[in-house]
Structure formats: structure tokens, C-alpha cells
Write a new protein. Structure first.
Length: 147
């Protein structure tokens, strides 16, 4: 079981509802009783996927679920501070050693970019790959995250 956004649940129930049934009233009642919450659904997704996905992919997933822009902004607040470290952890789990040649570097870059990390974050992660492999994390992450 997982949290669903209002738009997701409406789409799932619309297949089973007859035209005379009022889905919006049902969803309003579920929201009023606390059973349905876009905020909770967004936070749940961010918590479960933040270690595997970058901010861009998380934002896209939330938009695909029909979550509003304000809720997305609130759910993702604070993620930009950890973006470089999350990318470095993911890189270390997947690869663990610096790229030996340009082909391997391109493969590692594509992997991180596909996971939704920004090109600046990916560049910094691979630039610091040797120190990350030794267990040292980038100290100049603030330059990328704007902190």
C-alpha cells in the first residue's frame, strides 16, 4: 500500500464508477476525513525515492501524479542541500571506482543524469570520484547547491 494523490485516485476510481456517481464528492469526503492527502503522498514519494533519484526526476514524478506546484515545492524543500551527497552515495553504490576511460565516464554520467541529477552535480561527483571512492565526500558541494 502507498499514498495516492487526489488525481491518481480519481483516475483509478473513474474506471469503476458509473456516470451518475459523483467522484469529486467522494474524494472531498476522503480528504476531509484525512484519508486522502496530496501533501502526504508527495512526502511519501520524496522520502522513499530521494536516495535513488535526483531533484529533477522527483519533481517529474510528482507532477505525473497530479500534485500541485506548491505541494511539490514544499515536499522537495531541503533536497537541494543534499543533492551532491545523494548523487555521490548513489555513484559509490553503483560504481565505486573512478571511470578508467572516456567511455566509462560517459556511462557513469548517463546513469546519474537519467536518475534526475543536474549536469553540474554529475560533473562535480565524477570530478571528485577518486576521493568519494576513498570515503571522502565533496566539501565544495555548496558551490553547486547554492549554499
Amino acid at each position: 500500500m502507498r499514498e495516492h494523490s487526489r488525481a491518481e485516485l480519481k483516475a483509478k476510481l473513474a474506471v469503476h464508477a458509473t456516470p451518475s456517481e459523483d467522484l469529486d464528492a467522494l474524494l472531498d469526503e476522503l480528504s476531509a476525513q484525512g484519508w486522502l492527502s496530496d501533501e502526504r503522498a508527495a512526502l511519501s514519494l520524496v522520502r522513499s525515492k530521494a536516495q535513488q533519484w535526483g531533484s529533477r526526476r522527483l519533481k517529474q514524478a510528482l507532477q505525473n501524479k497530479g500534485v500541485g506546484a506548491e505541494v511539490i515545492t514544499e515536499a522537495m524543500s531541503g533536497l537541494s542541500d543534499t543533492e551532491v551527497h545523494r548523487a555521490a552515495h548513489l555513484w559509490q553504490r553503483k560504481f565505486g571506482s573512478p571511470p578508467a576511460d572516456a567511455t566509462e565516464r560517459a556511462r557513469q554520467m548517463r546513469f546519474l543524469l537519467a536518475r534526475g541529477f543536474s549536469s553540474a552535480t554529475v560533473t562535480l561527483t565524477l570530478k571528485k570520484a577518486a576521493s568519494i571512492a576513498c570515503g571522502e565526500w565533496p566539501e565544495d558541494a555548496d558551490a553547486i547547491t547554492g549554499g
